[in-house]
Design a protein around this ligand. Structure first.
Ligand code: ZN
Length: 70
């Protein structure tokens, strides 16, 4: 049901509380007892952070990989 406009690179996520578009921001997450910042959509108004389902369900392989690459 998406209104494809051709450039589907970035997916717009709205804050479920405010209904405004979230902006990417640095968010500190904890994984395996270490903290590190990643970029997640964050509501500029209420500060709510959107956690992608992959992240919420513990599938953080990409984040882990990003750490190793550094
Ligand atoms: Zn909000």
């Amino acid at each position: 049901m998406s209104q494809g406009k051709g450039q589907g690179a970035e997916k717009v996520i709205e804050c479920m509380k405010c209904g405004i578009v979230m902006e990417l921001g640095n968010v500190e997450v904890t994984y395996l007892n270490s903290k590190f910042p990643i970029q997640l959509p964050k509501c500029p108004q209420c500060g709510l952070v959107y956690i992608p389902e992959e992240l919420a369900t513990g599938k953080m392989l990409e984040v882990e990989k990003a750490l190793e690459d550094k």
